[in-house]
Design a protein around this ligand. Structure first.
Ligand SMILES: [Ca+2]
Ligand SMILES: [Ca+2]
Length: 655
């Protein structure tokens, strides 16, 4: 069995000494005595995971006395495992001689409030032990556990192009438990569904209540916007201002409830993708309010905003000044920019992500603001996760305006060589722009309508792996595909976009509510891009989870996407197939997906008038004289010389 615990080998322990108890630190106070020691274990659950076959639990305690000579402190861990360090009057020791866990290093940074205990788990076996922190006569025991990994844990298969992700913003989807809407003691103390930037009360229970709905729709994975604690005074309902990397926000539920939601999602055959943020945290995180060291954050002296010009990461002409401003500047003032070049920051984030994968059973991670963080550290992170979970997948939010810049971020890209991001999946933002215009313009041969798609996909030469592109019509940060309800009257635009999105190369993502034609324009404010799903709150006038309460128009859209999504499941031509397309002719765009002897041919009319295509042109992708159109469920005859295409129609022909 592969040894997989190496990366999990650090424990971070924060110690608040008696002298600075006044600093307002409520986190994980073990409260020995208010005048003695208080601790917060930054490593989270005090649990790391190891794997092993022939291990023995060590039960015999063998105490070693701690030696204090003058002010020199001895950190003693077991008989053969003694470390001497100086750090004021703090002592660490384990209560017995663990034969497997060794103290590798104890690090003291500038702040006297923290020490970092690194454990060498090279030969670790599952066991429980205590970390003892002692100051004078005061002593605090921190229980720690090395757990055995679940069988097959490293074999999990992450999301891939056989999947379609359904993106949910937990605060806005459904409120299954009104009792957790407001948690006493947390900084934001109300819910207000009339305010776009306030919390609305959505939670894990609300999602869990509607897993059947999501599953029936036909998606195969759920991507949750961030679920970690955001104990900020305001505007953190979206979850991008983390204040605790090891705890979900209690307004969504508990860690245990999150694991339960993951398990239930898995039970329905769907994967789970967790949103993570390494670039920044919330300004109320204790890392910021009580910094371990000055260089824990970039621009530590005063707030400097990023230029957002992450093109500097690949620009061969970028100045050092521009690069620093883009990468080290803060995203916004309430989200201080973490310095991933600090090795302890890097280790903390990497270990945290692996802990969540193992603890909650994730199938993927979506990394926020990926290009805003340090390239080398992010590369190392992707590599180390892949070493633990070879088939796991991570998608980075590469919000850049052109495919060259995005291709640079994909694993093994020649554009980045000799560097390598190790990031398997990147986001195809330019395709979103192409799709915004492609389905309602009159197609011309060069640059309008379907020609936009044809020309854009022709540039896939820049991508190392086009199948590992996340593709989408919209997400929680953009205008929705329909910007207003009036536009939704044009359902042909929707039908063409959905058919294309679910049959072209890549991994589609569907933003919640797309299936019921939810519309939003970013100019109204980001909060309106994240409107409540109708029926997610008791007392909502309409419950769109029920077909009978949706409009006929909504049901037409819903049934359409549901049909294609469910057909797409397990379809290898779509998941793994090659793509071959033809230059739009007479306003019609035709392409083939093919895997072994199975193929799918998609025909999209890019015109408001009826067109005729010459079937001889497409002979190389039409192996039979007829095929079933999975949308109309009609058999289409292809034995004539021509095929008549109705305005804005779609065929998905299966061979
Ligand atoms: Ca709630
Ligand atoms: Ca940064």
């Amino acid at each position: 069995m592969r040894k997989i615990y190496r990366i999990l080998a650090i424990v971070l322990v924060c110690i608040i000494t008696a002298g600075i108890l006044s600093c307002n630190e409520p986190y994980r106070s073990f409260g020995v005595s208010p005048r003695s020691l208080e601790f917060k274990v930054l490593g989270g659950s005090q649990t790391v995971y190891v794997v092993g076959d022939n291990w023995e639990l060590i039960t015999e305690d063998e105490w070693i006395q701690t030696k204090v000579v003058n002010d020199k402190i001895t950190v003693t861990v077991g008989i053969n495992n003694t470390k001497k360090v100086r750090h004021g009057s703090i002592i660490i020791k384990t209560p017995y001689d663990s034969k497997t866990v060794k103290v590798k290093d104890v690090v003291k940074l500038e702040s006297s409030n923290y020490i970092f205990l690194y454990l060498d788990l090279t030969n670790a076996q599952p066991e429980k032990f205590d970390i003892i922190l002692q100051q004078g006569k005061d002593k605090k025991v921190v229980p720690y556990e090395i757990k055995e990994r679940k069988a097959g844990s490293s074999d999990r298969v992450g999301f891939n192009s056989s999947d379609v992700l359904y993106l949910i913003m937990p605060d806005r989807f459904a409120n299954g438990d009104p009792s957790n809407d407001v948690i006493p003691g947390m900084r934001e103390s109300k819910v207000d569904r009339d305010q776009q930037y306030a919390r609305h009360g959505g939670d894990f229970k609300g999602i869990s209540n509607h897993l059947d709905y999501i599953h029936d729709l036909g998606v195969t994975a759920i991507w949750f916007n961030p679920v970690l604690e955001n104990d900020m005074p305001e505007g953190s309902y979206h979850g991008y201002a983390t204040t605790d990397y090891y705890k979900v926000d209690r307004r969504f539920g508990s860690n245990e409830e999150f694991v339960d939601l993951v398990n239930k999602t898995h039970a329905k055959g769907m994967k789970v993708v967790m949103d993570m943020i390494f670039n920044h945290c919330g300004s109320e995180h204790f890392f910021f309010t009580d910094r371990p060291s000055k260089d824990w954050f970039n621009y530590p002296e005063k707030y400097v905003q990023t230029s957002y010009k992450t093109t500097t990461q690949h620009d061969p002409y970028a100045s050092a000044t521009d690069k620093k401003l883009a990468i080290d500047g803060w995203f916004v003032e309430s989200m201080p920019d973490l310095n991933q070049r600090n090795p302890h920051v890097a280790k903390y984030l990497i270990q945290n992500s692996i802990w969540w994968i193992e603890y909650s059973g994730l199938d993927g991670i979506r990394q926020d603001t990926h290009p805003y963080a340090d390239f080398d550290m992010m590369s190392r992170w992707c590599k180390e996760v892949a070493e633990e979970y070879p088939d796991f997948n991570i998608v980075g939010e590469t919000w850049l305006n052109n495919n060259v810049a995005i291709a640079f971020w994909q694993k093994d890209s020649k554009l980045a060589a000799p560097r390598n991001s190790n990031l398997r999946c990147v986001m195809d933002f330019p395709l979103m722009g192409v799709m915004e215009n492609a389905f309602d313009e009159e197609t011309n041969p060069w640059d309008k309508g379907m020609a936009r798609i044809y020309e854009y996909l022709g540039q896939d030469i820049v991508y190392e792996n086009p199948l590992e592109l996340l593709i989408f019509l919209d997400n929680h940060d953009t205008s929705r595909f329909y910007r207003n309800i009036e536009q939704t009257s044009n359902l042909n635009r929707y039908k063409q976009a959905i058919a294309f999105l679910l049959t072209t190369r890549g991994i589609p993502e569907i933003y919640y509510g797309t299936e019921i034609l939810m519309a939003a324009d970013k100019s109204e404010g980001d909060g309106y891009l994240r409107r409540n799903f109708p029926g997610g709150w008791s007392g909502d006038p309409v419950n769109a989870f029920n077909a009978s309460e949706r409009t006929a128009h909504q049901n037409e859209a819903f049934d359409y996407i549901k049909k294609i999504l469910n057909w797409r499941k397990g379809n290898e031509a779509i998941a793994k197939g090659t793509l071959k397309h033809f230059a739009p002719t007479n306003g019609v765009y035709v392409y083939e997906r093919k895997y072994n002897d199975k193929s799918v041919v998609v025909i999209l009319s890019g015109s408001d008038s009826e067109k005729t295509i010459d079937l001889a042109t497409y002979k190389e992708i039409l192996p039979k004289n007829q095929a079933k159109d999975i949308i109309s469920e009609n058999t289409i005859n292809l034995d004539g010389q021509t095929l008549t295409i109705k305005p804005r129609s779609v065929f998905i022909l299966e061979f």
